[in-house]
Design a protein around this ligand. Structure first.
Ligand code: PMP
Length: 390
């Protein structure tokens, strides 16, 4: 070996000193409200398995049966010879859930966000992106040849001014529906009207809204009656739907265009049958058991009220994502460590995932949590915060 990678140990030490080094730790159990980690049973307050479907017996059984029948992998990209009937079946179901004509599967939300903005724009175009959009959107904008302009979080006036001033051929506005680190919602009705007024395309990432918001769990567009007006809706299958993959829903024309032009669709292996079958089973449960969403709603209200009593404003939170902002990286890490000692798994989220100075605990809930677990966490958090050097 040449020694050309010798810079890495020093760089890692620097990350460590800044409280920014990350590490892996394998889970010792399936996903659930309580998980095993490092030999201990911990109340799990950091997964995105919002409806408790990742390890649901019917979801697991559906994945196993389809893998048994059709194989573990698709073996090729959709366009080569990996286009399976289960893909169509899932796309039709997801198009219906999203209230759209058509839908196209992607390998993950990350793939969708990397591929779609670039497919919809070229060098004469402009993308307008909320500063708090997910990292995959930031990267998707970078991969496009369009000029990217970031607007202040949910600042409609700034966006209006930027759209009015833009001379771009096509304009694309991109936003998270529910922001992943703050749990707040984009002002979608206003954004839709703004895009219509300026002739801009609107792309909405419903990673944290799919399965949670809306009368059928269709997402924020459904909740606000905007499904027919938002041009492109992305949803992930790896969060509330307990599986893996993502969907982009819109018109038939949009689907056709992405099949030919979205590079992260064209040049990657199709989703495995088991993952698709798991998502189909999750969609069945979403329709058959609306009480899951109701339970999650009640737990969310309980957590919000409790965190507010501890002095953390939660007024904007619309989904089971609660930002407990502590500011300093090391403080967030220490709070996470002490909570773990008390039996609660909550991760410290640090830059670059969140802006500098806003390091936090990101607390999430699943429909399978018990109210007593929420109360237990709130008690432990109160104690831990009282003991922190703040
Ligand atoms: N968009 C948002 C808003 C997300 O939070 C995430 C995942 N953290 C993604 C996209 C990526 O989705 P996936 O995990 O399916 O790649």
């Amino acid at each position: 070996m040449s020694g050309a990678l010798d810079w890495i140990p020093g760089a890692l030490e620097k990350l460590e000193a800044q409280g920014l080094r990350r590490g892996l730790e394998p889970l010792g159990s399936p996903q659930g409200p309580v998980v095993r980690l490092g030999g201990a049973a911990l109340v799990n307050l950091c997964s995105n398995d919002y409806l408790g479907l990742a390890a649901h017996p019917r979801v697991r059984a559906a994945a196993a049966a389809r893998s048994e029948a059709e194989g573990a992998g698709a073996g090729a990209s959709r366009l080569v010879c990996g286009d399976l009937p289960v893909h169509r079946e899932l796309e039709e179901r997801l198009a219906r859930l999203k209230g759209k004509e058509a839908a196209l599967l992607f390998s993950s939300g990350y793939h969708a966000n990397l591929g779609v903005p670039a497919a919809l724009t070229g060098k004469d175009d402009a993308i307008f992106s909320d500063v708090l959009n997910h990292a995959s959107i930031v990267d998707g904008c970078r991969l496009s040849f369009a000029r990217t302009v970031r607007y202040r979080h949910k600042d409609l006036q700034e966006l209006d001014d930027l759209l009015a001033a833009s001379r771009a051929r096509r304009k694309l506005v991109v936003t998270d529906a529910v922001f992943s680190m703050d749990g707040d919602a984009a002002p979608l009705a206003e954004l839709t009207a703004l895009c219509e007024r300026h002739g801009a395309m609107l792309y909405v990432d419903e990673a944290h809204a799919t399965g949670i918001l809306g009368a059928r769990g269709g997402g924020l567009c459904e909740a606000l009656g905007l499904s027919g007006r938002v041009d492109v809706v992305m949803g992930t299958l790896g969060k509330a739907l307990g599986s893996f993959g993502a969907v982009v829903a819109g018109s038939h024309d949009l689907r056709e265009w992405l099949v030919s032009r979205a590079r992260t669709f064209v040049f990657t292996t199709a989703l495995p049958p088991g993952a698709c079958a798991a998502a189909l089973a999750a969609l069945d449960l979403l329709a058959a058991e609306p009480e899951r969403r109701e339970r999650l709603g009640a737990l969310t209200a309980r957590m919000k009220a409790g965190l507010e009593r501890l002095g953390f404003p939660m007024g904007e939170v619309v989904a089971p994502i609660f930002p407990v902002i502590l500011g300093d990286e090391r403080l967030a890490l220490e709070a996470s460590r002490r909570l773990r000692e008390r039996g609660f798994l909550v991760r410290a989220i640090r830059p670059p995932t969140v802006p500098a100075g806003t390091s936090r605990l990101r607390v999430t809930l699943s429909a399978d949590h018990a109210p007593e677990q929420v109360d237990g966490f709130l008690g432990a958090l109160g104690d831990v915060l009282a003991g922190l050097p703040r």
